[in-house]
Design a protein. Sequence first.
Length: 494
Amino acid sequence: MISTHLPALQIILPLLAAPLCVILRNGTLTYWFAVVVAWLAFAVSALLLQEVNAIGVIAYKLGGWAPPWGIEYRIDLLNAYVLLIVSAIGALTVSYAKPSVDQEIGGDRGYLFYTAFLLCLAGLLGVTITGDAFNIFVFLEISSLSSYALIAMGRDRRALIASYRYLVFGTIGATFFLIGVGLLYQMTGTLNIADLGERVAAVGPNRTITVAFGFMAVGLAVKAALFPVHAWLPNAYAYAPSVATIFLAATATKVSIYVLIRTYFTIFHHDFSFGVMALGDIFMVFAVLAMLAGSAIAIFQTDIKRMLAYSSVAQIGYMVLGVSMATVLGLTGGMLHLFNHALIKGALFMAMGCVFYRTGSVSIESMRGLAARMPWTMAAFVAGGMSLIGVPLTVGFVSKWYLLLAAMEQNLWWILVFLIIASLMAIIYVWRVVEAAYFMPSSAGAPTDIQEAPMAMLVPMWVMVLANFYFGIDTKLSVGVATRAAKFLLGDAS
């Protein structure tokens, strides 16, 4: 039965489809091919989540080799949840892509974009689904190498510099992670994540385990763009093609946060990670700094893509803050924000992609009076901005509410203050765009023939926007899965 091979199909579909795009070469043909593949990958992830909900953990032995000798794909509630996020964002983003890719990259080179896009999707899904620590590194490199290519395709020459900086930081992060994996292999003789969890606990804390712990923490912090090792992110998002920015902003750092959670709750266990090593205290400090510094810098940006990029640095702080508490409520809030922020930033960057498509700029100045000419696009930005701030009935409110509850549960009242301050700062930088678009006259000499974005871009964008409200009202899926995953990671059987 094909259902028994769903874990393999999750990776094989986009991985084999990528080189086929090079063979097809035609921009329109490769676009439709990529759309079909991305939606099939989403269907597979939805079926996997359904199966995990029904029967529990799925273990898929590649080539029939039993773990820990063979590579295993292991799907539980946590990574089934992340698989759904990544594949859904991938499907909506590629559906949105054609007009933007044709304009920014060129129809004759579009097949190269879709090739890199599908490779990146395969890499991110592979990182999420694999149960092998070394395989995480392999898939991280697949996603990273294709990300560098996606960013470098930007029209601005600064995209090449941004891609090179990302390459340097990405290589450092991956190397640190790999050194940690090598040290763990030296001590345990296994690379299987579930097996590592058992053997690391049996070996107990020693110098090698502690050093591996530190190397992996630094490497994953770089990959997740946690403050202060976030320097690669703003330029990468600002100068990449619009579609690449949408996809990477909504998925790449989320997958790195997933690996961080998997590493410190499954391999090292939360008692060691957050008790003996006090990782929670360290991450909590950097998370709060990220929330405040990212929001503060965003306020002073004149390029809206850079503004949203620094906002992402702040939002990564929210996710890490939830993880740092190492409680059911904290983890639930962190994982909820992982899901919710993907929807928020997907919608906001799609809106900016529409603006760039029509105006060729995403500066605050170019937004003046734009709401009259692009009402649907600017309404989408306002809706996404409300979710980013955390207005009730949006997904942003739900995850921030759980983080507030987690902080109150731990009597961390100072965290409440910083959460509120960071949210108020978000109002400032979102309002700057709203004010320019709705309350300022068009700039002198600005084009008067600007039209609304094409339907091919508006429909996926509004699906993303409506998802911000749907999952802000009906939280059964997002909160339910996140809570059960948090309990699973903490060994809470209640």
